[in-house]
Design a binder for this molecule. Sequence first.
Ligand code: ACO
Length: 151
Amino acid sequence: QAELPDGLHMRPLASSDYHRGHLSVLSVLTLVVDPGEQAYRAQFAALRGTPLTYYTLVIVDKATDRIVGVGTVFMERKFLRALGTVGHIEDIAVDKSQQGKKLGLRIIQALTTISERHGAYKTILNCSDANVPFYEKCGYVKKENEMAKYA
Ligand code: ACO
């Protein structure tokens, strides 16, 4: 896998990332409501309490100590396919000021590697039509349809 640009590094999400702009980066993707630090940390602890399941990676700008990219893969364990595992990629976001510098690509590559090292027989995600070319550049192919029912 290729390197990140100088001055940026990738690491797992930390509970202190509440203070590094994690939620504001996510807001390029969709509506984000700040739950407050205590509830943020409780959610972090709850996800950590389900080991080998949730992996969130962040890209941090070392100079500013701010998060500029984020993405998650969660591992779904099945009864079919000989107790197989599927990786679900979720919530990919790159800060507007850093888009187009291959950060999204690096996040997808890293999450896919995590998924495959878990033995996932496939890694999947949902996206808008506008993002199809991005995911194709990441090596993903269009397959079937998404169905949704909003509460
Ligand atoms: N249309 C066509 N090509 C694209 C697009 C697009 N919308 N977005 C990226 N690409 C191409 C790039 O040009 C690049 O091509 P190249 O290798 O030929 O130069 C390649 O895909 C890799 O692009 P990156 O630079 O890695 O993309 P970026 O870092 O900007 O991240 C992302 C892409 C994550 C979609 C970012 O633009 C973003 O955060 N958008 C807003 C939030 C969003 O839509 N997130 C994805 C939701 S889907 C989900 O979370 C599962």
